[in-house]
Design a protein around this ligand. Structure first.
Ligand code: COA
Length: 526
């Protein structure tokens, strides 16, 4: 048991700071008790205030079992009793969970009958989605009318988006992908813009009836790990009125704040099947050049956030000679595993969670899933923690690398729409751009090929009509294409435009220069 103590500024000179720590040491001799400095996560946090003002700040501290603010000695005994009660209950749970688990086992067919027309169903994220339960739900479609399916990145078939189920299901996408875009475009589904860091809060505010998700079999204490998908799924599993878990032995068991107890879940459906894998994408010449430029901006000891796809993988392929890199990322993929095995990524220089890979979800090949399974160096936390810009910013030298589809000459970045057509979602892009801006020595990079298949420039005078700005010109720092790096932060509009034209595809520079010269009434000089 770890108990962190935080003291207030001490506006009452008479209070004895040490006495609470002494009492905790006496009452919980087996606990590791420390004063919160770099470490922001403990089982318990005790915020000790010297007077009734209770003015100590503690929003950044996470007590995974609980947090108490005490403003007088009278607050101590009830607090100590709550901690003791928690462990007494835990002991009872440890003895009882097998019976509880057995009593909650059911078939997928029966489990999906718990869903009723008009319900809101939150589905576990990305490759953590419970495919077997979704298949059963879709097979039972005739029993439902207007069930709302809330999901972020849908990596499975998303059959509930098919036109034939229009009356049965309506998808509310928090991010769109290949399986869901068409339904939104055709008006049969909806898209909700939301920062990844705020999805858990949104999900809770939805007051959902159902959560469908996937877990490992319970451990010896009756806890199931959400494995590769903690993100918003853990919040949904805990706040839904009915939570239905697919128990799958192939789900990697991960540590961090990634577990729910058998007692907290309504129903279990056992079904083993390999986790959805995402093959490593082919890396072309353009991506390789982009990766090379991004790697120029990465120094030994940096802490990285990378998305998924050919560009992040190309960046990683140029990092084999670096040292002491770290990961604090909403997700990471297979490319990271090789660098971890080589010792290039060892998290040694991280200022928050030193020694640990931190993420909220993962997707990649089986190599990735084998790497993270029961790996104490990998810790998974919910998105409201990992993606909180203030948490991100506690990592010094945080470098975030994300992609986008269009950048105008002011540095406005479009990442989620092609004109008015919604193609994806913000995910963690803005969370990390802002976190990198807070981080001491931090840098944010938005990388993209300079053209769409050589035909259309992605660097444009003005963004397409109907497109939505994802990263604003106030937040943008580096833009990278296969033609180089443009640093935009703090630059005038004229200088931004000049730097962006330099990294545009040569075939499109003439028209960009013409726009530049008209707008800024001066000659463009390279
Ligand atoms: N004009 C017209 N079409 C464009 C375009 C442009 N400027 N830019 C891209 N497209 C088209 C591509 O041709 C492609 O179409 P296709 O699927 O028919 O081939 C499609 O849009 C996707 O573009 P692509 O370059 O393949 O994108 P990607 O797969 O590398 O993903 C984003 C890029 C922007 C969609 C993705 O990075 C994203 O959603 N970013 C925001 C989220 C984020 O950054 N999260 C944090 C990390 S996980």
């Amino acid at each position: 048991m770890k108990i962190g103590i935080k003291y207030c500024g001490g506006c009452n000179p008479r209070y004895n700071r040490k006495s609470i720590a002494d009492r905790l040491e006496r009452d919980f001799p087996e606990a590791e008790i420390f004063v919160a400095k770099e470490t922001k996560i403990a089982d318990w946090f005790v915020i000790v205030c010297g007077c009734a003002n209770g003015c100590a700040l503690h929003d950044d501290l996470i007590g995974t079992c609980g947090k108490f603010v005490i403003t007088s000695y009278k607050d101590y005994p009830p607090m100590a009793e709550k901690i003791k009660e928690y462990y007494r209950n835990k002991e009872v749970k440890r003895i009882m969970w097998k019976e509880t688990y057995k009593s909650k086992l059911m078939s997928a067919e029966d489990a999906v009958k718990l869903i009723k027309s008009g319900d809101r169903v939150i589905v576990g994220h990305a490759v953590g989605e419970p495919s077997y339960l979704l298949d059963a739900m879709v097979a039972n479609a005739a029993a439902y009318e207007n069930v709302e399916i809330v999901h972020m990145v849908a990596m499975g078939k998303a059959e509930y988006c098919k036109p034939e189920y229009e009356k049965n299901f309506r998808h509310n996408g928090l991010f769109l992908g290949g399986a869901t875009r068409k339904a939104v475009e055709e008006g049969r589904a909806d898209f909700t813009p939301v920062y990844f860091s705020k999805i858990p809060e949104l999900v809770e505010s939805y007051n959902p009836e159902i959560c469908l998700f996937q877990v490992t079999p319970p451990d010896e204490d009756g806890y199931c790990s959400l494995g590769v998908s903690v993100d918003y799924t853990i919040k949904a599993a805990k706040c839904a009125k009915i939570s239905i878990a697919q128990v799958n032995k192939y789900m990697p068991y991960t540590y961090g704040n990634s577990k729910v107890h058998v007692d907290e879940i309504t129903a279990f459906v056992e079904h083993d099947e390999p986790i959805i894998v995402l093959p490593e994408p082919p890396i072309g010449d353009v991506e390789r050049e982009i990766g090379r430029y991004c790697a120029e901006l990465i120094k030994d000891g940096d802490c990285l956030q990378l998305g998924i796809g050919a560009i992040p993988d190309a960046v990683l392929s140029f990092l084999h000679d670096k040292k002491d890199l770290g990961i604090h990322s909403e997700m990471f993929s297979t490319g990271v595993v090789q660098l971890a095995k080589e010792g290039v990524i060892n998290n040694a220089k991280k200022t928050l969670h030193p020694g640990k890979f931190i993420a909220n979800f993962l997707m990649g090949t089986q190599d990735l899933y084998d790497f993270v399974d029961h790996n104490p160096d990998v810790e998974m936390y919910p998105a409201e923690y990992v993606n909180d810009p203030y948490v991100i910013g506690q990592n010094d030298n945080l470098v975030s690398i994300n992609s986008c589809v269009q950048v105008d000459l002011m540095g406005q970045v479009v990442s989620t729409s092609i004109g008015p057509k919604q193609i994806s979602g913000v995910g963690g892009q803005v969370d990390f751009v802002r976190g990198a801006a807070i981080s001491k020595g931090g840098r944010s990079i938005l990388a993209m090929p300079s053209t769409v298949k050589g035909k259309v420039s992605k660097i444009v005078p003005v963004i397409d009509e109907g497109a939505a700005v994802t990263t604003s010109r106030y937040d943008v720092q580096y833009i990278v294409t296969e033609y180089g790096i443009a640093y935009l932060k703090g630059q005038t509009l004229r200088e931004r435009a000049r730097r962006l034209i330099k990294i545009a595809h040569p075939d499109f520079r003439a028209e960009l220069i013409e726009y530049f010269e008209n707008k800024f009434r001066c000659k463009y000089e390279d």
